[in-house]
Ligand binder design. Sequence first.
Ligand SMILES: [Zn+2]
Length: 227
Amino acid sequence: MNRLFCKTTIFVFLIFLVFPLSSSMAESRHLVVVDPAHGGRDKGVKLSKKFHEKDITLAIAKLLKKDLDRSKNIRVLLTRSADKDVSISDRGKIAKKPDTGIFISLHVNAGFGKNSSGFEVYYTGFKSPTTDKNASKEILKDMVATKYLNESIRFARIVQKNMEKIFRRKDRGLRSAPILVLEGLTVPAIVLEIGFATNIKDRKILMDKATQESVAKALAKSIREFF
Ligand SMILES: [Zn+2]
């Protein structure tokens, strides 16, 4: 076979691997991996004598799963569903399932002074160095990286829009940052810092069941919007 033709065929095939025909080919349910950060001995930041970050993230993750489980086209996997230790690498392994559609890690913020409040959405850059521009493998890597970066930003924007209704206009915006749990993930992924444990008002509403339910609802809405 003509070598150029062969190369072109492989390239076209690779493009279809990266950008599958979303509606007809991916009819199975979208997999959402929700990561309630911390757990077990790793308590995260302290909100009160009784509550730590690990309790808030788990409560919201469970409410989110309950909400999304009602959607026929979405299924949810939690990196932990109880108060236990789960390593970053084990969380990564769950997130890296071949059919993961979105990964979202939940945290509670702290620091930056007592006046800092609101939420923050992080996504990661996925920049892969291109050393040899002619190597189709490198081009493919770049295409995958760009696709997931764009999708992460798109998802982050939807989450920001819906979260603003809970933390009115006090959000701290979108940020790109290297985050351990997001590293090496080839799926759209974000980390959401839901309010500040170091802010009196945020702390109070984060421990409130009604706020936890609103956050879960806003996230469920965002995930449905994203798909
Ligand atoms: Zn945290």
